[in-house]
Write a protein that binds this ligand. Structure first.
Ligand SMILES: Nc1ncnc2c1ncn2[C@@H]1O[C@H](COP(=O)(O)OP(=O)(O)OP(=O)(O)O)[C@@H](O)[C@H]1O
Ligand SMILES: [Mg+2]
Length: 333
C-alpha cells in the first residue's frame, strides 16, 4: 500500500447564518495516498467545495469555520499551522484547481507575471530562472506556443488554454497534493478529456496525490481508484471505483448511478432522485437522506447512522441502517 499523504479526520465546518451556526460538513474522514486519485462526488450543495476549502484553509473570506477535526498532510496538522506557514504550504506542497479557470487568474496581469510570481513565492529562483521554469511548465501542460501565452492576458486565452495555465500554476512548485474542484466542468468535452489526461500524466510523473471533485461519474470511472460519496455534508459511502459501480450500497449512491445515461441503452428519460438536498438550517434529525429514500424505516428518521465498514478489506464504508437489516428486499443492497 502506498504511503499516506493526506488524512482528514472528523472534519466539521460550520457557517454563521443570522445568529446561529449551521453545519455544512460533519464527521468527514478520508485518506489520500501518494500517487492516488480519490474521487469526491455528490449533488450540488452537498459540501464538496466546503470540504476542499476547509482542507486548504481558504474559508477566510466567508462566514465559515472549521470547528473540529484534523487535516494531516504527511502527519502535520494543517489546522494548527499559523497562517504565514499555511501560506507557504499552499502552492508549494498543495495546489488547487478551481471550477472556473478565470477566477483563479488575475485579469489585469499577463500570464508571465502571474506564473513568475507564483514560482518565486515558493522557490528562490531569479526572475529569468523562474521565467524559464514557467516556459517548461506551459510546455508540460500542452500549451503549443508558450512564449506567446506568457505574454497574453487571461481574456486572450480560450477556456481550455486558461485551465491549462491554472494547472501549470497549481503544479509549478511540484505540490504533493492537488485538489481539483470540478476542473473541467466549464470546458467542452474534447478539452475536458485532454485536461484529465494531462492531470493523470502529471500524477504518474510526480506521484502527486489528487482529490478530484466532480459531479460526473464518468470522470470518476476514468480517473479514480477510490471514491467517496457525500450527501448533506456527510460521507455516505466509500469504495473502490469498480466496487461502487458494480454494487453501490447506499440508496443515495444507487440513485446517483441510476441517473447516469448508459451508452446505447436507448433510454431517453433517466430516473433522478426525487426531492432536494436539505437546507443546512433544516436538516432532518436522523439519516439526512431519509426524506428521499425509498427504503426509509422508522429508525432512519430518528437516528443518524454511523459510517461503518461494509466490506471484508475494511476499505469499503457505508452510512446506512439498511446494512444491519434482515429485510430481504433491502439486504440485497
Ligand atoms: N460562503 C458560504 N456561506 C454560507 N454557506 C455556504 C458558503 N459556501 C457554501 N455554503 C453552504 O454549504 C453547503 C455546501 O456547499 P458546497 O459549495 O460545498 O457544495 P458543493 O457540493 O461544492 O456543490 P456544487 O456541486 O454546486 O459545487 C451548501 O448548503 C452551501 O449553501
Ligand atoms: Mg462546489
Amino acid at each position: 500500500m502506498a504511503e499516506k499523504l493526506l488524512e482528514v479526520k472528523n472534519l466539521k465546518t460550520e457557517f454563521r447564518r443570522d445568529k446561529t451556526m449551521v453545519t455544512a460538513v460533519k464527521d468527514v474522514s478520508f485518506t489520500i495516498h501518494k500517487g492516488e486519485v480519490l474521487g469526491l462526488v455528490g449533488e450540488s450543495g452537498c459540501g464538496k467545495s466546503v470540504t476542499s476549502l476547509s482542507i486548504m484553509r481558504l474559508l477566510i473570506d466567508t462566514p465559515g469555520k472549521v470547528t473540529a477535526g484534523e487535516v494531516l498532510l504527511e502527519g502535520k496538522d494543517l489546522l494548527k499551522c499559523p497562517e504565514n506557514e499555511m501560506r507557504k504550504i499552499r502552492g508549494s506542497q498543495m495546489g488547487m484547481i478551481f471550477q472556473e479557470p478565470m477566477s483563479a487568474l488575475n485579469p489585469c496581469m499577463r500570464i508571465e507575471t502571474q506564473l513568475i510570481e507564483a514560482i518565486r513565492l515558493h522557490r528562490s529562483l531569479s526572475r529569468s530562472e523562474a521565467r524559464k521554469h514557467s516556459l517548461t511548465m506551459l510546455k508540460t501542460v500542452g500549451i503549443p506556443d508558450p512564449e506567446t501565452t506568457l505574454k497574453s492576458f487571461p481574456h486572450q486565452l480560450s477556456g481550455g488554454m486558461s485551465q491549462r495555465v491554472v494547472i501549470a500554476m497549481a503544479m509549478c512548485c511540484d505540490p504533493k497534493l492537488l485538489i481539483a474542484d470540478e476542473p473541467t466542468t466549464a470546458l467542452d468535452v474534447t478539452i475536458q478529456a485532454q485536461i484529465l489526461e494531462l492531470m493523470l500524466r502529471i500524477k504518474n510523473e510526480k506521484n502527486t496525490g489528487i482529490l478530484l471533485i466532480t459531479h460526473d461519474l464518468g470522470v470518476v470511472a476514468e480517473m479514480c481508484t477510490r471514491v467517496i460519496v457525500m450527501y448533506a455534508g456527510r460521507i455516505v459511502e466509500e469504495a473502490a471505483v469498480s466496487e461502487l459501480f458494480k454494487a453501490p450500497k447506499h440508496p443515495y449512491t444507487q440513485g446517483l448511478i441510476a441517473s447516469v445515461p448508459k451508452l446505447g441503452s436507448g433510454v431517453t428519460t433517466l430516473p433522478s432522485i426525487p426531492g432536494n438536498v436539505p437546507d443546512l438550517s433544516m436538516m432532518p434529525k436522523g439519516c439526512k437522506f431519509a426524506p428521499r429514500c425509498k427504503y426509509v424505516m422508522d429508525l432512519c428518521r430518528n437516528l443518524e447512522p454511523e459510517l461503518k465498514t461494509a466490506g471484508q478489506d475494511g476499505m469499503r464504508k457505508c452510512r446506512c441502517h439498511l446494512l444491519n437489516t434482515t429485510n430481504k428486499e433491502v439486504s440485497a443492497l
